[in-house]
Ligand binder design. Structure first.
Ligand code: ADP
Ligand code: MG
Length: 393
């Protein structure tokens, strides 16, 4: 299907190869990645696909099936591209970062098609970056461990979103049938098996409040301010990752109120990731669910990145029989919740949550089943999902 679209757009499909990179849902560990802490995402079978073939005209062409728009530039000038402040900055930014890192950017025709819903906290942006990176690299040997960093650099320095490393890392390194525990400082990844008898569902609130962008920046600044306070007590603190629960409790009374609550979220959220992984290994579903709800409450009250729609979806979900836990996932201010369900109850869950949300907000939520999928790679035929790169240790 993507090859047909490619032929329609470019009038050829000679030499076309297709690269895939998944979106993700984060089970727990929210707003911890840019504080160099821990996260536990799973990759989705929702993914971004890029079909690509060499171009004879010296230019890189990108076309998005979702945007019905294209952009092109001279391949040789990839290192000096300016942002134009639309979606095409993601592929252009990736090209620039790859070029500056010493990779060759060859003239190519690229067609983008993504099944990851945009701006919903399931990381359509990283899926776009990583799939474009693989297509642009094509046959060049590359260091998989550098790939997430280069894609993140495109998003931070070119697009201008100060994001952490989680989305790009899991899109590259996810394991099938497992969540990925990522240490965002050391960039080590560890596959974490999930209990057999659960299902993960993402519920899309279908809202995106404008506050999100500015609040994200503000939170990163508040976290930096918190680090300054803790560093006065313990000079070894370089990020909130280094603050133990004991140090938090000792210092909290003397920290300005807002800064203290932001720090408390990050420190306790890192702790919750550890506890969640332990609970998952014991198949303690009740505990896993509890930790998700604690995470949500912390994001709602301490970190203040939730919104009425997300709070309602979480409150409603945990009142449905067979639901172990739920929380907002992604940056916040809209987007999705992630829900941990007993296997077999998802149909009833869908009906109930849809009806309640419609009644309260007049909006029909989209619901996605999340089957932990492998990380990015080339599709050898349009059906087969390839093995991801070996995990860094
Ligand atoms: P999220 O990563 O949670 O989906 P972001 O705001 O980080 O949300 O990224 C969404 C942006 O990524 C979109 O606004 C758009 O610019 C870009 N994007 C995602 N998917 C596509 C696509 N298929 N085609 C073009 N641009 C896309
Ligand atoms: Mg994103």
């Amino acid at each position: 299907m993507i090859r047909e679209a490619f032929r329609r757009q470019y009038g050829t499909d000679q030499g076309v190869r297709v690269f895939r990179a998944p979106g993700r849902v984060n089970l727990i560990g929210e707003h911890t990645d840019y504080n160099l802490g821990f996260v536990l995402p799973v990759a989705l079978d929702l993914a971004c696909y890029v079909a690509a073939t060499p171009s004879p005209d010296g230019r890189v062409h990108v076309y998005s099936e979702e945007k019905h728009e294209s952009r092109e530039w001279l391949a040789a000038e990839s290192g000096a591209l300016p942002p134009v402040h639309n979606w095409s900055d993601y592929p252009a930014g990736v090209a620039r970062e790859l070029f500056r890192a010493g990779y060759a950017i060859e003239p190519q025709l690229l067609l983008i098609h993504s099944t990851v819903p945009e701006g919903s906290g399931l990381s359509s942006s990283a899926a776009l970056e990583v799939s474009c990176a693989l297509a642009l690299l094509r046959d060049q040997k590359f260091d998989a461990l550098r790939l997430p960093e280069l894609c993140r650099a495109a998003e931070v320095a070119f697009v201008g979103t100060p994001c952490g490393i989680m989305d790009q890392f899991v899109s590259v390194f996810a394991r099938p049938n497992a969540a990925l525990l990522i240490d965002c400082r050391t960039l080590e990844g560890q596959a974490v098996g999930l209990p057999q008898n659960v299902e993960i569902l993402a519920v899309n609130s279908m809202v995106k409040h404008a506050l999100g962008q500015s609040a994200y920046k503000q939170r990163t600044e508040e976290c930096a301010a918190a680090v300054d306070v803790f560093r006065q007590i313990d000079p070894a603190v370089a990020s909130l990752r280094d603050v133990s629960v004991a140090l938090l409790e000792k210092v909290l009374p003397s920290v300005p109120h807002v800064i203290g609550r932001r720090a408390r979220h990050v420190v306790m959220e890192n702790e919750r990731v550890r506890l969640f992984v332990n609970a998952s290994c014991r198949a303690d579903l009740e505990r896993m669910g509890q930790l998700m709800v604690e995470s949500h409450l912390s994001l709602q009250h301490d970190y203040e990145v939730s919104c009425a729609e997300l709070d309602f979806l979480v409150d409603t979900a945990i009142g449905i029989e067979g639901v172990f836990g739920a929380r907002m996932t992604g940056g916040g201010f809209g987007g999705c919740t992630v829900n941990l369900l007993q296997r077999g109850v998802s149909e009833r869950f869908r009906l109930e949550i849809t009806a309640e949300y419609q009644q309260r907000f007049g909006i029909t939520p989209q619901i996605y089943e999340c089957h932990p999928a492998p990380g990015a790679g080339e599709l050898k035929n349009s059906e087969k999902i390839p093995d991801p790169a070996p995990l860094p240790r």
